[in-house]
Design a protein around this ligand. Structure first.
Ligand code: AMP
Length: 113
């Protein structure tokens, strides 16, 4: 997608603070962190949102979560704990229309619900 910020980061057209890269996924620090650790784990395949996922994306989405677990351990937040968030659609606060998993941690967070 030519006008997608995350595709531009994936293609090297925009800079990022990269923390992980493989054939399917890249991960970089959020430019406007909401917690001491705030990493975005992003599939290289452009998918607008969870609403556009298909059955063929199932292994890819599982992979995102395993990378999140690995990065949480690397960041030293596996034990105190962390939050994984995927915003979907305008009312959720999704601002970048390219599926991504937020990894947030490093401080106590307000419980949901
Ligand atoms: P969401 O609101 O769930 O769509 O999340 C988008 C996230 O992308 C926000 O937390 C932004 O701060 C972050 N973001 C936007 N542009 C960049 C960028 N160029 N590099 C890193 N993070 C970004």
């Amino acid at each position: 997608m030519t006008d997608c910020i995350f595709c531009k980061i994936i293609n090297g057209e925009l800079p990022s603070t990269n923390v992980y890269n493989d054939g399917q996924v890249t991960a970089f620090r959020d430019i406007n962190p909401a917690a001491p650790t705030h990493i975005l784990i992003v599939p290289k395949k452009h998918i607008d949102s969870v609403n556009e996922l298909s059955v063929e994306d199932e292994p890819l989405i599982g992979h995102l979560f395993l990378i999140a677990k690995q990065l949480a351990a690397q960041e030293g937040i596996a034990e105190p704990g962390y939050r994984l968030v995927i915003n979907t659609g305008a009312e959720s606060g999704q601002t970048v229309n390219h599926v991504h998993l937020h990894l947030l941690g490093g401080r106590q967070m307000r419980a949901l619900g």
